[in-house]
Design a protein around this ligand. Structure first.
Ligand code: CA
Length: 379
C-alpha cells in the first residue's frame, strides 16, 4: 500500500461581523487549506495548513505533493525529513513549513485509521482524555464600544462554561488597554483564568510598562508582547515581568524554536501544529522546550481538522512541571465566526464546562463533511 494521491482544498467563507486585532487588518473572511491524502487501499487522511491558503496549496501542488505520492504512509518522519530537505533552501520557515504540516497531519490520520487507533496513541499515549480549553476572542469589532463589547463577550464565554479567556490588547495607549482588561477582570471575577495577547504590537519598554500594570489584574500570560524576531527583546520583557510571557505562533520547526527556548526568551512556547511542522515536529519542539523548563501550549486557529490534531498533540504532552495539582496545557479554542471549525466535522468539537474531549476514534477521530468543502470551495 502506498500513497496514491495528494489533493488540496482551498476554502473561504465570509465573516458577518468583521473583526481585527492590534495588527490592524480586518478579518472579513475565514479560510483554510485542507490536505487530503489517499492511499492505494482507499484510506483517506486529512491535514490542514495555517496561513494564506492559496500559498500552501501552491507549495503542495507544485513541490511537496508529487514527492509524497508512491511513499509508504507509515514513513511519517522519513517523509517529513525528505520534504524539509527539499524545500529548506527556499524557506526553512513560513508557508513552506505550513505546507509540510498539512501533509504530516494527514499522514498521521492515515496511520491511525490503518491501525484503528487515535493519533495520540501513536505519539506516546494520552496523559489526559480531555483538556481544559480557553476561549480566544475579545478582538476589536465596534471601535466605539471596545470596553463594553469585551465585557459582554467575556461574560458570554463564562456563561457558556469556559473557565479561561484570552483577550486581545494593543489599543495604542497603556491606560486604554489597562482600563479594558480591568473591566473584563472585574466582570468575570477572580476565578476565571485571563490571558492577554498583543499580537506583537509593542516596543520592549511599552510591553514592560503595560505588563507591570496588567500584573495587578492577575493575568496568567502575556502573549506576543513584541515582534517575534527580537529574541533579545523577549529576554528583556520576560526578565522584567513576574507573569509568564508566551509566544511562537509564528515560529517554525525545532531549529526555529531552539534559540528562544535555550535563552528562555519566553516561559511558554506556542507552536501551531498546522504551521510549525505538523504533529511530528511539534513533538520535537515540545521535547526541546522541556529540556529548558519552558512550557509548550500550542497555538490553534484553524478548522476542525487543525483542532483535532491539536487535541491529540495536547493529549500527548506531560504536565509541566509534574505535581499533585498540575496545570496541564490548555487548548486554544478560538471563538470567532468560523464555519470550518463548527461544521467541517460531522460531529463538531465542542466544549462542556470549559473542557474538550480528545477524539477517541481512529486517526484524527473526526469525519469530514464534504458538503462543507463543496459549499465553500475557493480553489
Ligand atoms: Ca496569538
Amino acid at each position: 500500500m502506498k500513497i496514491r494521491k495528494v489533493t488540496t482544498h482551498v476554502l473561504s467563507a465570509p465573516v458577518e461581523h468583521p473583526f481585527t486585532s492590534s495588527r490592524g487588518w480586518l478579518y472579513k473572511t475565514r479560510g483554510t487549506c485542507l490536505v487530503e491524502i489517499e492511499t492505494t487501499d482507499g484510506v483517506v487522511g486529512w491535514g490542514e495548513c495555517y496561513g494564506p491558503s492559496a500559498v500552501a496549496k501552491a507549495f503542495i501542488d507544485t513541490q511537496l505533493g508529487p514527492r509524497v505520492v508512491g511513499r509508504d504512509p507509515f514513513d511519517v518522519e522519513v517523509v517529513w525529513e525528505d520534504l524539509y530537505n527539499r524545500i529548506k533552501d527556499y524557506g526553512p520557515k513560513g508557508m513552506s513549513i505550513a505546507a509540510i504540516s498539512g501533509i504530516d497531519i494527514a499522514l498521521w490520520d492515515i496511520v491511525g485509521k490503518l491501525c484503528g487507533r487515535p493519533v495520540h496513541k501513536l505519539i506516546g499515549g494520552a496523559f489526559r482524555s480531555e483538556v481544559d480549553a480557553y476561549a480566544t476572542g475579545l478582538y476589536f469589532t465596534d471601535m466605539d464600544r471596545l470596553i463594553d463589547e469585551a465585557v459582554e463577550e467575556a461574560e458570554g464565554y463564562v456563561r457558556d462554561g469556559f473557565r479561561a479567556v484570552k483577550m486581545k490588547i494593543g489599543l495604542g495607549s497603556i491606560e486604554r488597554d489597562y482600563e479594558r482588561v480591568a473591566a473584563v477582570r472585574k466582570a468575570v471575577g477572580p476565578d476565571i483564568r485571563l490571558m492577554v495577547d498583543a499580537n506583537h504590537c509593542f516596543s520592549v519598554p511599552t510591553a514592560i510598562r503595560l505588563g507591570r500594570r496588567l500584573e495587578e489584574l492577575d493575568i496568567e500570560w502575556f502573549e506576543e508582547p513584541i515582534s517575534p524576531e527580537d529574541i533579545d527583546g523577549y529576554v528583556e520583557v520576560s526578565r522584567a515581568l513576574d507573569m509568564a510571557v508566551a509566544g511562537g505562533e509564528n515560529e517554525f520547526t525545532r531549529w526555529g524554536f531552539r534559540d528562544a527556548i535555550v535563552r528562555k526568551a519566553m516561559d511558554i512556547v506556542q507552536p501551531d501544529v498546522c504551521a510549525a511542522g505538523g504533529i511530528t515536529e511539534c513533538k520535537k519542539i515540545a521535547a526541546v522546550a522541556s529540556t529548558h523548563g519552558v512550557e509548550c501550549v500550542p497555538h490553534a486557529w484553524g478548522s476542525a481538522v487543525g483542532l483535532a490534531a491539536t487535541l491529540h498533540f495536547l493529549a500527548s504532552l506531560p504536565d509541566q512541571p509534574p505535581s499533585l495539582f498540575p496545570f496541564p496545557p490548555m487548548l486554544e479554542f478560538e471563538q470567532c465566526e468560523n464555519p470550518f471549525r463548527d461544521h467541517l466535522s460531522t460531529e463538531p468539537i465542542q466544549q462542556v464546562k470549559g473542557r474538550v474531549a480528545v477524539p477517541s476514534g481512529p486517526g484524527l477521530g473526526i469525519e469530514i463533511d464534504r458538503s462543507v468543502i463543496d459549499r465553500y470551495r475557493a480553489g
